[in-house]
Design a protein around this ligand. Structure first.
Ligand SMILES: Cc1cc2nc3c(=O)[nH]c(=O)nc-3n(C[C@H](O)[C@H](O)[C@H](O)COP(=O)(O)O)c2cc1C
Length: 186
């Protein structure tokens, strides 16, 4: 059993990584290790909206025409038993790197081959408002919408404010543990 963290922050030592780290700690306590992926370190272009119709190979074949790090990451996600999405809150929404990735993922998931080993996969999201503290619920709503459209079984979306991070750590760990117990039951 293994999980993967898809993190939309560029900072492995930042607030988003620390918050997601609490979820991973819960998973680890239940015997589920996780690989961590920081999206800004990868080359993931935004969607090119290939055809005049706005669609492209994504609709026909469930894969993306762009040859960058996307396909490899999607394959890693397919191999994982659960996915943890984490984003810093930017303008009350997801970070640009997570947006670019999930935008393209949603497109390939519109096709059966594309959503293979993604549909029904358990997922958790955490959105970290690390500035004034506004916008985490809106960011969670945005992430939940795209994750659900991809077909993930979204177990929880957890909004976190910098000001509440310490108090929320236990709840985040518990979320990781309960994600792991769900995996063990299946
Ligand atoms: C472009 C940008 C927009 C931001 N918008 C918000 C915001 O709407 N609400 C908020 O609380 N913090 C906001 N912040 C602060 C980030 O949420 C904060 O830097 C981030 O959570 C820190 O995570 P990191 O340490 O993983 O980078 C913004 C930061 C940037 C760079």
């Amino acid at each position: 059993m293994k999980a993967i963290l898809i993190c939309g922050s560029r900072n492995p030592n930042g607030q988003t990584a620390a918050t997601a780290g609490a979820v991973l700690e819960g998973l680890a306590k239940a015997g589920v290790p996780a690989e961590k992926v920081f999206l800004p370190a990868l080359a993931i272009e935004r969607c090119r909206q290939c055809d005049d119709s706005g669609w492209g190979l994504c609709m026909k074949e469930g894969r993306c025409v762009i040859e960058d790090d996307m396909a490899g990451l999607v394959e890693k996600m397919r191999q994982a038993d659960a996915v943890v999405f984490a984003s810093p809150v930017y303008f009350s929404d997801m970070s640009e790197s997570l947006r670019a990735f999930t935008d393209r993922l949603r497109r390939i998931c519109m096709q059966e081959a594309g959503r293979s080993s993604i549909k029904g996969k358990p997922a958790i999201g955490v959105c970290v408002a690390g500035g004034g503290g506004v916008g985490a619920p809106e960011c969670c709503a945005s992430l939940k919408k795209v994750a659900a459209a991809c077909g993930f079984a979204v177990a929880e979306m957890i909004p976190v404010k910098r000001q509440d991070l310490r108090e929320k750590t236990q709840a985040l760990e518990r979320a990781g543990q309960s994600l792991a117990s769900g995996l063990a039951r299946n």
